[in-house]
Design a protein around this ligand. Structure first.
Ligand SMILES: Cc1cc2nc3c(=O)[nH]c(=O)nc-3n(C[C@H](O)[C@H](O)[C@H](O)COP(=O)(O)O)c2cc1C
Length: 173
């Protein structure tokens, strides 16, 4: 499967459905160093009249360091056949395992040298626009909805909203 550049506006339905309901790989770094991890929380939409993608990263993640040190990130939705890749990238840390090599993923680079994967079914490359930490003081939901995700499970996520600067779809053979 190879990727071709696409206009996210013409593929809005497909993109919204996939990014809103499937797990994906969040990747940040450059041609020298990068890391990827599975994410479940991701939204596409419009903010400040720009096409945006928002992801949520706990500070414990190795990927967090790359999200902090780089201006861009990518989100790749993989085909259904890639369940094992998503399982490994969502359970192992790049501090200990070269997940990209282990999963046999093929790197390519988008804007800002941002790594993404040829195996993706859909992908976006985003330039960071807005970063903010989630905080317990901002929770308005009843206690059982949000708070159980924190404490022993890990730290409060950092929210990264990026402007979608490139979008890709797989060329169907
Ligand atoms: C289905 C699934 C969804 C996940 N979603 C997120 C997420 O949205 N944000 C997050 O910080 N971690 C999420 N994780 C956990 C990370 O993928 C996991 O901790 C990973 O091993 C971190 O890798 P790293 O240390 O190399 O960054 C998810 C894991 C799975 C299996």
């Amino acid at each position: 499967m190879r990727l071709q550049a696409a206009d996210p506006k013409t593929l809005a339905g497909e993109f919204l459905q996939a990014f809103g309901s499937q797990n994906a790989l969040l990747t940040a770094g450059d041609q020298e160093r990068c890391n990827t991890m599975t994410i479940g929380w991701c939204q596409l939409g419009r903010l400040w009249n720009l096409p945006v993608c928002t992801v949520y990263v706990r500070p414990e993640r190795y990927t967090y360091q790359f999200m902090e040190s780089h201006d861009y990130f990518s989100v790749c939705v993989l085909p259904d056949s890639a369940k094992q890749t998503l399982a490994l990238c969502g359970s192992q840390s790049g501090r200990l395992v070269n997940k990209i090599k282990e999963c046999g993923l093929t790197l390519r680079y988008g804007a800002g040298e941002t790594p993404l994967f040829e195996e993706a079914a859909l992908a976006v490359v985003c330039k960071k626009l807005f970063v903010q930490d989630m905080s317990p003081t901002c929770v308005t939901a009843s206690e059982d909805k949000v708070l159980p995700y924190y404490g022993k499970k890990g730290g409060w996520h950092r929210i990264y909203t990026g402007e979608i600067v490139e979008a890709y779809t797989a060329i169907k053979n």
